[in-house]
Design a binder for this molecule. Sequence first.
Ligand code: NAD
Length: 296
Amino acid sequence: MTKIAFIGLGNMGSGMCANLCKAGHEVRAYDLSAEAVAKAAERGAKAAASLADAVEGAEVVISMLPAGKHVLAVYFGPGGVADAVAPGTLFIDCSTIAVDDARTAAGKADEGGFLMVDAPVSGGTAGAEAGTLTFMVGGPDAAFDKAKPLLDIMGKNVFHAGGSGNGQAAKIANNMLLGISMIGTCEAFNLAEKLGLDAQTFFNISSVSSGQCWSMTSYCPAPGPVPTAPSNRDYKPGFAVAMMHKDLALAMEAAKASGAAVKLGEMAERLYDDLIARGHADLDFSGVMKDLKGGL
Ligand code: NAD
């Protein structure tokens, strides 16, 4: 039984926190939203009244927060986690944040004598609830080894991607590829339809030909071929345009800093930016298909 503080109980953190409680760990939960804390308490956690209250005596602190500025403030800001816990405490940040922010946080943790990993996830809210997330972890071996048993409770696949920040690097490179492949898949289905093929016929052919990809076979943007895909519920998310745009913006920032060429990534970011400007931030990211067909 490990004493865990869980910070950030939103769409993702709620399920992750509940799975740690179910596994028998003592989890103190904190969020700025009192409603989110109350829900975590209903699901087995101890409600904390403040950040300081949550981390008191914690052996491990886990966070699932919106962005890098929240992560840096929670751990290293005035009255933050680092001021309140003992040296040697393990920090596991599961948020998707900039690679540079993750490396800054890891450096500060190291200076303070703490262990830290960046451990962003893939798998969405369904994966968070079911405990089947994929974790992409960056950080020193000692921190990874200590984090792994807890990550195994919340996820199905846990990868050590290398040093600090490498988990975030894996996450944004993967999601840049996903954004690009989704747009390509939408364009291919639209072209096939304009040329006289129905979606199912094109799917039957392309899903076993060289154009096959996850965006097609698991998340088909044309309604019909994959019944669980958001295309069958008028593109209700799933994974919203705003989320994809966030990850693409992080990828573009990292590409600029590292000098990597990402021409298609830039085009994908502009396309999702344009959807947001037109009021479609909450549409599923496969809704590009609806736009191509003139439905937005
Ligand atoms: P969310 O907005 O639902 O949850 C974030 C929570 O953090 C909120 O409840 C908010 O009140 C809380 N919070 C913010 N600042 C805080 C602070 N200073 N102290 C305590 N709590 C604070 O977001 P989410 O969908 O759960 O996503 C969390 C992270 O996971 C993001 O980085 C996101 O990019 C990433 N992610 C999300 C998904 C998804 O499908 N939702 C998938 C993969 C990764």
